[in-house]
Design a protein around this ligand. Structure first.
Ligand SMILES: Cc1ncc(C[n+]2csc(CCOP(=O)(O)OP(=O)(O)O)c2C)c(N)n1
Ligand code: SF4
Length: 299
């Protein structure tokens, strides 16, 4: 090499610090939306004041589940459907931690559905991010609880006969304190939503509508990731604070995105502490008349 030709320093990626670069290349297909959700999560973590040692990420199994393996934090790749119970245990032993769950729609709401509804009901202080690509990507594209009515999957080659869940309505009905949905093309709003969810006390939920060109798009004749992204984005209508039950995902009409819930309510640990410190009045709060007065006479 001549003296004039200098080696070009390798440019650092701005999020290198949060990446386990030794694990790259990742397994995701080109055009997969999980990478975008991952990028937003890293951007939200980069802005967060909590020390890195006090942030943990838990995921289950699936393409989205692989995320835990690529993030340079205390992260746990658990079993299929069990990210929420694992994260709940972690939160209970280290309540100072911010615990983030990143999960696919199948992992979180098919096999893991019961954990989701009960953690939201109890208001366990977790941030739950669901990458909703409308099918089981990792195992080849089977029907998920999010698959749109009529959409084709490997297990419903004629089209899905099932009505899908509205995850945001479900989370809100179960008591989540923060609920938002954005597509993978609303990157800035998605990043803000993840930041807000991380700063919210209680069960916060962010749904990311993401392309899976390989398994879902291909079967439904939208093979290119950009076409899928465009398909979702063009149908999306921003309706912040809309009642979550009305926040439909209707591909022939509107795919409603926005922040639907942002409320305060005592967390699971607040209530657990209150009860176990003996600060609770005896149940029931209203007195019961046990004198016998008011009893109906026999005969
Ligand atoms: C107990 C158990 N049942 C089934 C599987 C097979 N399995 C692995 S990933 C997966 C579904 C993944 O779909 P989703 O959660 O939507 O994530 P994606 O791959 O689409 O990101 C299934 C059924 C498993 N690993 N463990
Ligand atoms: S199969 Fe689908 S979800 Fe899985 S990495 Fe490929 S595009 Fe992404």
């Amino acid at each position: 090499m001549s003296a004039q030709v200098q080696a070009i320093p390798q440019a650092a990626h701005p999020q290198d610090e949060l990446l386990r670069t030794d694990r790259i290349p990742h397994i995701w297909c080109s055009g997969c939306g999980i990478g975008i959700a991952f990028g937003s999560l890293m951007a939200a973590i980069a802005k967060c004041d909590t020390p890195r040692n006090d942030i943990s990420v838990v995921s289950g199994i699936g393409c989205t589940g692989r995320l835990a393996g690529y993030i340079h934090l205390d992260s746990f790749h658990t079993t299929h459907g069990r990210a929420i119970p694992f994260a709940t245990g972690l939160h209970l032993v280290r309540p100072q931690n911010k615990v983030i769950v990143a999960s696919g729609d199948g992992d979180l709401l098919a096999i893991g559905g019961n954990h989701f509804i009960h953690a939201a009901r109890r208001n366990v202080d977790l941030t739950v991010i669901c990458v909703n690509n409308f099918n089981y990507g990792m195992t080849g594209g089977q029907l998920a609880p999010s698959t749109p009515f009529g959409a084709k999957t490997t297990t419903t080659p004629m089209g899905s006969p099932d009505e899908p869940f509205n995850f945001c309505a479900l989370a809100a009905a179960c008591g989540a304190t923060y609920v938002a949905r954005w597509t993978a093309l609303h990157i800035r709003r998605l990043t803000v939503a993840i930041s807000e969810a991380m700063n919210k006390k209680g069960f916060s939920f962010v749904e990311v509508i993401a392309p899976c060109p390989t398994a879902f798009g291909r079967r439904n004749k939208i093979r290119r990731s950009l076409d899928l992204l465009k398909f979702y984005y063009e149908r999306s209508v921003v309706k912040n604070h809309l009642a979550p039950g009305e926040a439909t995902i209707d591909f022939d009409n509107k795919l409603v995105v926005g922040k639907f819930v942002d409320i305060e309510r005592p967390t699971y640990l607040d209530q657990y502490d209150m009860v176990n410190r003996g600060e609770l009045e005896a149940w029931p709060a209203t007195k019961v008349d046990s004198s016998g007065a008011g009893k109906r006479k026999a005969g």
